[in-house]
Design a protein around this ligand. Structure first.
Ligand code: FES
Length: 65
């Protein structure tokens, strides 16, 4: 990353939350989960095999809108 940028979260119906900017993702115990990209997709459907990240499995649950 090339400097601080306010984080933003974009919702997608039936899909992930896209998180952009200056963010930190932590597990339920407060431990930082490394993210290697400026933009990440957080799974909201529960079907991902790489939680907390989205792996695209939500597409199998509902048709794209
Ligand atoms: S939101 Fe994409 S796999 Fe769950």
């Amino acid at each position: 990353m090339d400097g601080p940028q306010e984080a933003s979260i974009t919702t997608y119906r039936g899909g992930p939350l896209l998180v952009r900017g200056n963010y930190v993702v932590r597990d339920g115990k407060g431990k930082k989960i490394p993210a290697r990209r400026r933009t990440v997709a957080l799974c909201c459907c529960g079907a991902s095999s790489i939680k907390p990240w989205c792996d695209g499995s939500h597409k199998q649950l509902r048709p794209a809108e």
